[in-house]
Design a protein around this ligand. Sequence first.
Ligand SMILES: CC(C)(COP(=O)(O)OP(=O)(O)OC[C@H]1O[C@@H](n2cnc3c(N)ncnc32)[C@H](O)[C@@H]1OP(=O)(O)O)[C@@H](O)C(=O)NCCC(=O)NCCS
Length: 216
Amino acid sequence: MISRIKVAYRALHGEAAEWFRAGLSCIPGRVGCWIRARLYGFRAGRRTCVWNNVIIYHPAKLTLGNNVQIVPGCQINAGGGVEIADNSMIGPGVFIWSQNHAYKRADILICDQGYECLPVKIEEDVWVGAGAIIRPGVRLARGCVIAAGSVVTAATEAYTLYAGVPARPVRKRVAGEDVDGVPEDSSREVAHRDACRPDARNELPKTSLECLRRHS
Ligand SMILES: CC(C)(COP(=O)(O)OP(=O)(O)OC[C@H]1O[C@@H](n2cnc3c(N)ncnc32)[C@H](O)[C@@H]1OP(=O)(O)O)[C@@H](O)C(=O)NCCC(=O)NCCS
């Protein structure tokens, strides 16, 4: 009897949490962002906005840095842990998943095999285009761009545009100028590495962006 009450209590508690979050995710505008940052259950830094109609599963395992933008239509499953660092933007309809159904045993129903949790890490200054899918266990390196509709299945290189299914590197972002006509060795990564060496100009930059502005 007591165990039945416990099960019923847990089910009701879970149901109430779902309704509460569904309500929170409907509130539009910056007021909605402000309320969600405080009540939804994820950790968020300063000026971070989770806009309306974003669905987050396991919000307690989601960590957002400063000035992160997550726009309507995104779904994040943070069951395996999801971290999104400062100044990153997640476009409309993006799916970020950090757990898979375990499926390898053919003699057991997939729904009875549990989950395989693989954390996702999105570093600073990343832009994920509309409708992209970020697979469990993937790390998006600093400054990379994921084109709309891409499926990212493996770790990416810094300051690189990725596109397609599965996502492949297309080109590097560069410092100061447009890509066209810029020699290969002046890719943003190389510029960053050379300009931001600890001994460059005898000082350490605060952020890579600031460093690139100063040295490009
Ligand atoms: C990422 C993006 C900005 C790149 O634009 P761009 O710099 O003009 O790049 P290009 O159009 O020159 O494309 C470069 C190459 O990548 C390919 N590519 C670009 N976007 C692609 C996509 N979504 N899927 C597959 N391939 C793509 C192009 O076909 C091209 O290949 P090629 O060199 O073999 O011809 C753009 O492709 C994109 O996806 N924008 C997303 C916009 C969005 O989601 N906005 C929502 C608001 S956050």
